[in-house]
Design a protein around this ligand. Sequence first.
Ligand code: NAD
Length: 338
Amino acid sequence: MLNIGLIGIGTVSAIHLYGYEQIPEVVKVVAVCDTNPEVAEMTAERLSARCYFDYQELLEDETVEVVDIMAPHYLHYPMTKDALQAGKHVLVEKPLATSSREARELIGLAEQVDLQLGVAENTPFVSAYQEAKRILQDKLLGEIHTVRTFIAGTEVARLSDRQLWKGDPYKAGGGVIMDAGPHSFFLLRWLFDPVSTVRAISPPSLPHHRVEDHALLSGSLVNGIHFSSELSFRAELPWTERLEIYGTNASLVIDQLANPPATIYRGEWDFDGTPLPGVSRRVDSWKIDSIARGVCNFMESISNHTDPVVRLDYCLHVVEVVEKAYASLQQSSTALSV
Ligand SMILES: NC(=O)c1ccc[n+]([C@@H]2O[C@H](COP(=O)([O-])OP(=O)(O)OC[C@H]3O[C@@H](n4cnc5c(N)ncnc54)[C@H](O)[C@@H]3O)[C@@H](O)[C@H]2O)c1
């Protein structure tokens, strides 16, 4: 049984807790921390856990073995570093850090102190993407030449609220590229290869937004595949993701809002395509379930001494791509090598 301490009891914490409920024989939440005392106290009472308002105090709690960090982006690096130095295993929400220098340092530190560090990246736990990986391994699509990803939903309310970290360029480390980009870049790395070049375009954000709320990224992967990723925080629809993979034999289109959500098309006359078996439409739960499965996978990997599905070198690469995308924006959308 692993004793967990939660830091940051906001929106995503309910999903991590939902995950932990599925594996009561592996984990127990023994401590919670949030700077918002009301939230911290309510959660602590509900879970019969100890309550802290300062994360350093939670790190001093000797019963806590694993820390689950769900705080704003600018706190990922200092909190993870302090937790590792306090002798705790760490699961941190994406992105691992807001700069590649910090991400590299954290990975080095975890190795040095011989503790597990993981990122709560849910992408490889989305069933449609797991099926896509299987189809690619079986080479059903032929040689892949083009890949498109799309992530969209609305964060207009949170980006507009000056009290919240989400729309603050320092606390969030950026806008939609820093926040949603990691999912697309992880997907490209996990299914294919590292990104080799990237250029970024961002249309003007809504007037009251201080970070970019829409971006289009394109470039190539190391194996020559052309990719593009569009990310939007101002799309008024249920949170969705889309993945299109184009090969010499066939194409795969995944769209969480479509019915069916994953279809293979074989050429220009294949109007209906063939739905991917094993992928059902779950507009309201595909994301929640994948996040929950991801946090469970990390905790089980500590418990079973196995490697977690989410590789840290991929998470570092993701931060490198994010960094280069911002550099491209600053250099008039020039294509840059990663
Ligand atoms: N995998 C996903 O799809 C997904 C979805 C949502 C959020 N996230 C990630 O989860 C993280 C949190 O996002 P959220 O939407 O839950 O944010 P949120 O604003 O809802 O919650 C953050 C919480 O952290 C607390 N906090 C702030 N500073 C703190 C400090 N110094 N010590 C302790 N607590 C502190 C806040 O009071 C708040 O309760 C982010 O990294 C975000 O990118 C990932």
